[in-house]
Design a protein around this ligand. Sequence first.
Ligand code: HEM
Length: 514
Amino acid sequence: MWSFIAQVSIYGLTLFLGAFLVFYKWYNSSSSSTTKKLPPSPPKLPVIGNLHQLGASVHHSFLSLARRYGDSLMLLHIGSVPSLVVSSTEAAREIMKTHDIAFASRPNTRMFRAISYNLKEITVAPYGEYWRQAKSILTLQLLSNKKVQTYNGLREKIIAECVDKITQCFLSNKPADLSDLFSSLTNDVTCMATFGRTYNEGEIGRKFKKVLQEFSEVLGSFYFEDSIPQLAVVDRLRGLSAKVDRVAVDFDEFLQGVVDETIIKVRNNSEKISEDGVETFIEGLLKVQKEDIIGITIDADVIKALLLDAYVAGTDTSSSVLEWAMTELLLHPDNLKKVQDEVRSILHGKEEITDEDLDKMIYLKAVIMETTRLHPPLPILPPRVARHDVNVMGYDIAEGTRVYVNVYAIMRDPKVWEKAEVFLPERFLESSIDFVRHNFELLTFGAGRRGCPGRVFAMAINEKVLATVLSKFDWSLPQGVTPKDVDMNETFGLANHRKIPLLALGKPVPMNGW
Ligand code: HEM
């Protein structure tokens, strides 16, 4: 009896495998036998395409596939979605300069629609008038050079609190958890500039933390419905669809609370709402809404979507830069000494760090650029989508193709960077490359029309925080920890972070010793 069942099973299995192989061969050959010239691709499987070749760290998987199949442009299928992976400066220039308008949109996915007020967030909004106007409101009301200067006072206050916490750790003979401290710091600065207050304490603080955590979890999840619609049921079975909807509702409740609170404060005070008398982003938004002079309707959802943009795009990215910069400096004591010497000689014992001081800190800027070259906060740019058929570098790219620019691969490309794997801030001292004047080699903030509008805001925090902690403390790894022991693994939430928090000893330096 059992042998009969086994025989039937073996015949069945053989038949199934045979049919699968015939289908697999047909599927791969039929997709490559069109008259179009497509970029090189690894072989794909039915239904899932190349999904099985992507590991947890997608930028690493893209890079190793690109090395085998297409180190400039490579076409994958993530489920049924054609996905172009861009891994060289030449190809990035083609996508974000030569054909920038053709690739200036973002994919319209169920996940993005659910968590972004139906694509009202700038980061995921389709290319068009709404996106253009919303981006210019964010820039004018929060991110312009002039606005960024007005936040100087609140930045200094929050940085001073961080300095106190590091000092307290030293006095209690404990290393400081720099990952946690930098994360709170950038969170507080962004919250103050955006909402006019922080959300750390009590019930509201707890709720905010929880919703942020869940938001980052859903963003990091693979959503079948958006790539393999036949398997959408899997999202429902594992509770992801419900979780996405719940996170959207929870975040909306939180943001609605922030808006209501601001409206009441403005009504009662008719004064500026933030403690420092700075006009916050939310106030600016409510003003633009009242004036009603721009070409788009600013309803309640638009206000909440732009608040979400400002908070989500700005917080984790900045703390990632700080965390990795201190990691690299602790692993490279010569560079640490060099940057510390620069900062201290420019400040010369002075407590306050002005914008003019920061302008002179050329090596500090090089350290930040080199850090993001090796550890970009967003190793793959948020996906773009081809708005129509377009020919790129001789290849036919079909309308609807999603485009993934792997800046991690580009910024470690040995054809572009000498000693590409080595932390070498000096490379930027004699170079014409920086965050603004690059030729698609240094893509920390992306490029083209969809490039990041928050660079000045972010650098104002990052440079001042680093200059402060380097001038006020002498740094070392905790006792008994050697550079070899420092875990360099990454984890991805809203940005690329250290998997294990960075612990370090900061010994206060007497400022009047200068
Ligand atoms: C170190 C900090 C930051 C890094 C590394 C960073 C990086 C990026 C990158 C790589 C992109 C995608 C660009 C592209 O597709 O070409 C982006 C987009 C964006 N960033 Fe940033 N960002 C930072 C800070 C900020 C801040 C502080 C804000 C605002 C408060 C912000 C707001 C945005 C927005 C709204 C977009 C979407 C732009 C669009 O799709 O048109 N970012 N950012």
